[in-house]
Design a protein around this ligand. Sequence first.
Ligand SMILES: [Zn+2]
Length: 133
Amino acid sequence: MPRPMKYRIVNGHPVTNVFKPAGIPQRQLEEVLLTLDELESLRLADLEGQYQEEAAKHMGISRQTFGNIVESARKKVADVLVNGKSLRIEGGYVDLSNLPFMCSDCHQKWNIPPGSPVSQNCPNCGSDRIHSV
Ligand SMILES: [Zn+2]
């Protein structure tokens, strides 16, 4: 059984979720999976230049856990760049509670309470055409 993991706070979704070397069909490429929390760790540590202490607080996790996540993320990105693999960004234990969602069909807006699973459907009309705002 996988050990229970803490939800991690991630600010928003990446716009594009697959990166691949140009000119090579996807089926010939080995794919590396980067989770949303790993992406967020790279954003905080490498793009914003935050110290691990600060970045860990940002994501609601311990400094050591943050260190493990960012190390894993850097290894994956290096593997993709050095070995010419494709990179898919998805999944991971993330807390989207700081993101209000909106339904594309009925324009209902709502927030997801911390710790609850992310619903894929609008609570008002049941549409799956939802997006974060
Ligand atoms: Zn709706």
